[in-house]
Design a protein around this ligand. Structure first.
Ligand SMILES: Cc1ncc(COP(=O)(O)O)c(C=O)c1O
Length: 433
């Protein structure tokens, strides 16, 4: 419970005493309450939230329909474990995701807890189906902090340094040229370079015929909000089809309307074989899932996948409400409208400031890079200044990959809140010049 005497500074001191430094913190504030796109700290200061619990709150903080669904479920039962006594909410959510997933043929879905677990299970299920062991991921990709999650993740610091040895038989493709921005290379050049990278990987690192899956984020999340080039997406799809490899779209951060469609891969008109999902699926509750072709999902033996809490009743109830809200409030459409406004602002900042580069976005998943204007090199310290200035102005903002400023606002943000937030953001960018 909060009391009138609590301050951010006092709580920060207690946090530092009681909790290790490992879990990073975006801002030195403690939440008191949150609604929609707004959050108030324990000192009563109001913030517009451009982080959304790191992409978890596409339907907004405490959406009334999510709260109602959780309360109603809590009144009935909180936990049975799906392996012990099943419940309809889990089945209904799976049916709905099977219906919505852009995957050819009959589909099935299983639920887990975190995004990392969704990735882990995507790999397990792909291996069981293909009877192969190799796994291909991307440099700069992020798939979580478990042993396999950090092995899949294509960045050493801070995610993997000091935590090895890692899981075997995981290989990384270079992020360039797959994540080239439109216009930076010709389509033909992207196609040639992507094919060359794949040929190199399959010639020198892992046999294509022993590769179980390729896992890719349609837009790199923690890796810097770079969208996969549309030609690269097609090359990956064709390569997986050619070699019988399961093509996994990690939509943990990109999914549930963020990119202007329920799943970001739909913006590419490409069908993956499997989708790993989490974050905004649960509307703030703990939930992840894997949806894939039914024959792939049925490959693991009985008891081979699951977990005590996977698809717990409160989360399934919340997620069913999330899917209703997505449709009724057209949040994917709202993401496209938000994205247009944000991109217009970001392009203006890019044209005005030498320290702002490469404004880009897919739907409401938008970003700019902050660089040292003298050298053009990534400038994480300067990006940190932008975040601090934004916080002072009442905007919760966070980076990705050090120097990239990203937007993960709830999609229920009002136009007035968005305009106010972009004003604060623009002033902070200018002040860091
Ligand atoms: C694309 C992607 N995959 C997986 C994860 C890991 O999710 P979690 O932190 O829930 O384990 C994240 C988290 O940011 C993510 O962005």
């Amino acid at each position: 419970m909060t009391t009138a005497t609590q301050t951010n500074a006092d709580l920060l001191q207690r946090r530092q005493q009681a909790i290790p430094r490992g879990p990073f913190n975006v801002a030195p504030i403690f939440a008191d309450k949150a609604r929609g796109a707004l959050l108030w700290d324990v000192e009563g200061k109001e913030y517009i939230d451009f982080c959304g619990g790191i992409g978890v709150l596409n339907v907004g903080h405490n959406h009334p329909r999510v709260v109602e669904a959780i309360k109603a479920q809590a009144d009935r039962f909180i936990h049975t474990c799906f392996h012990v006594a099943m419940y309809e909410e889990y089945v209904r959510l799976a049916e709905r995701l099977n219906e919505l997933a852009p995957i050819a043929g009959a589909r099935k879905t299983a639920f887990f807890n975190s995004g990392a677990e969704a990735g882990e299970n995507a790999v397990k299920i792909s291996r069981a189906f293909t009877k192969r062991t190799g796994v291909v991921a991307f440099e700069r990709g992020f798939h979580g902090r478990t042993l396999l999650g950090m092995t899949l993740t294509g960045k050493v610091k801070p995610y993997a340094a000091g935590f090895g040895p890692f899981a075997p038989d995981v290989y990384h493709l270079p992020y360039e040229p797959f994540f080239t921005l439109p216009g930076e290379r010709s389509d033909a050049d992207v196609e040639r370079a992507c094919n060359e990278a794949l040929e190199h990987l399959f010639a020198y690192h892992v046999d294509a015929e022993n590769t179980a899956c390729v896992i890719v984020e349609p837009v790199l999340g923690e890796g810097g909000f770079l969208p996969l080039h549309c030609v690269a997406m097609r090359v990956l799809r064709d390569t997986c089809t050619k070699h019988g490899i399961v093509f996994v779209s990690d939509e943990v951060q990109t999914g549930f309307g963020r990119c202007g469609a329920l799943f970001a891969c739909q913006r590419y008109d490409i069908q993956p074989d499997m989708i790993a999902m989490a974050k905004s699926l649960g509307g703030g509750t703990v939930l992840s899932g894997v949806t894939a072709r039914a024959d792939i999902m049925d490959a693991p033996q009985v008891g081979g996948i699951g977990g005590t809490y996977g698809g717990n009743p409160l989360s399934c109830a919340a997620a069913n409400a999330v899917l209703d809200i997505m449709a009724d409030e057209d949040l994917p459409g709202r993401a496209r409208a938000i994205g247009e406004k944000v991109m217009a602002a970001m392009k203006t900042w890019e044209s005005r400031h030498a320290h702002v580069r490469r404004a880009r976005g897919l739907g409401a998943m938008c970003a700019i890079e902050i660089v040292d204007p003298a050298t053009g090199k990534p400038d994480a310290a300067r990006a940190g200044v932008v975040c601090r200035k934004a916080l002072e102005g009442g905007l919760l903002l966070m980076t990705a990959s050090g120097n990239v400023l990203r937007t993960l606002m709830p999609l229920v943000i009002t136009d007035a809140q968005l305009d106010r937030a972009l004003g604060i953001f623009g002033n902070a960018v200018e002040a860091a010049g």
